[in-house]
Design a binder for this molecule. Sequence first.
Ligand SMILES: Cc1cc2nc3c(=O)[nH]c(=O)nc-3n(C[C@H](O)[C@H](O)[C@H](O)COP(=O)(O)OP(=O)(O)OC[C@H]3O[C@@H](n4cnc5c(N)ncnc54)[C@H](O)[C@@H]3O)c2cc1C
Length: 444
Amino acid sequence: MKPPDVTVVGGGLAGITTALACADAGLRVVLQEARPRLGGRTTSFTRALADRTDIEVDTGQHVFMRCCTAYRALVQRLGGDSLVALQPRLDVPVVHPSGTTARIRRGTAPAPLHLLPALAGYRLLPLSERLRLGRAALALGLLDPADPATDEISFGEWLSRHGQSPRAVAALWDLITVATLNSPASRSSLALAATVFQIGLLTDASAGDLGWARVPLGHLHGDLALTALREAGVEVQLGVKPSLLDFRDGAWHLDGCVTDRVVLAVPPPAAERLVPFEAEWGARLSASPIVNVHLVYDRPVLTESFFATVDSPVQWVFDRTEASGLKTGGQYLAVSISSASEMIGRPARAIIDEIAPAVTALFPGGNLQHAFVTREASATFSPAPGTGKWRPGPRTRLPGLFLAGSWTATGWPDTMEGAVRSGNSAAAAVLADTPFPARTEVPV
Ligand SMILES: Cc1cc2nc3c(=O)[nH]c(=O)nc-3n(C[C@H](O)[C@H](O)[C@H](O)COP(=O)(O)OP(=O)(O)OC[C@H]3O[C@@H](n4cnc5c(N)ncnc54)[C@H](O)[C@@H]3O)c2cc1C
């Protein structure tokens, strides 16, 4: 049998995108994924509660923005359009333990004026501080994120130079930076922060509208991708974890399987293990953890789909009742704690003992029935200043060997959008490397 034109290793969003794009262009594609399910870091599992009801749990709450065009196109390609929610208009309710609330809600004016009413009315900051927010936002919009010098500076330092007080950083800038970069402004690259703010909030008024999955991610990205890939002709091999990649006799050998081209769509440590003679791919990217605390109440306590918080360890809390399939009449909340290096190593009980009372202080009224914790130690790479230079593009110096993954040089932070963009770039590089594009072959 003829070897595949390309073997994609890794079935997260980057690998799924690469494999689909190559197959849609007519290549023979094999996709190998170590786990029994596709989806990578965007996955789910079934949790049996003490009363024997089951809920579907995402290992981490995921959110996207309307400007995540590559990710949204993938969801559409998978047939999942009706399974995601997308706000008609950016609207983030923010709550403080004192009971003060605010909303980051876009107006109807064109960008960046669409944010002015929200910033002017942001009651979690004194008026003098609110006036300074607009000036910093306008200056942020003028930066060039592609300039390597911008990547060497911390966003926190830049904010302070632009008149932002520690209070403004904590009450507003970090609300967005921690959620989108998985890192506070003080430890984030200005280039990555500018990318997120420019694309998401400062250029197009509707770009920052938020979206999320209305079903478990394991279904949206795992089950639907498996079907779409098979329908596109991709041979999907689950539970297959090649351990060594070797180039001889003019072809790549993956644990004995021969293939013309290989796309490694795995995290950097796995890529480096597979090609030990090559590289330091991403070796200097450090990891940033995310902890999710899952709380099931006997009755609804959240009045909206989600809330952001200020001065609370809760950070962001989402109503996952519908997506999880909980049918008890109660409510299931996922509390998403980003940049959680101090929390990740603590016992689950200690984490719950801190977070559950903090949730009750913000949203009183329910009796907690079940609580558990999920932790992702390497949820994303840490977007520290200077990381840009350690992110490789899709081509390697080895012929026929390509890279994909949210950690590669997408210009985006470690996000679903970055992963899908990396998959599109890797597929484009593979296709450019294919001497006679298979799509021109006449079917027999
Ligand atoms: C808790 C959490 C919350 C997050 N929140 C958000 C969010 O709100 N918004 C957002 O946009 N992003 C979020 N992210 C980030 C997002 O999940 C990732 O950026 C994206 O899923 C990365 O996709 P990927 O395909 O590049 O990598 P991965 O998903 O890591 O896929 C790599 C795949 O390779 C497989 N693999 C590894 N080694 C081998 C091998 N030797 N052989 C075969 N297969 C192998 C792995 O099993 C995995 O399936 C979050 C991540 C986490 C963990």
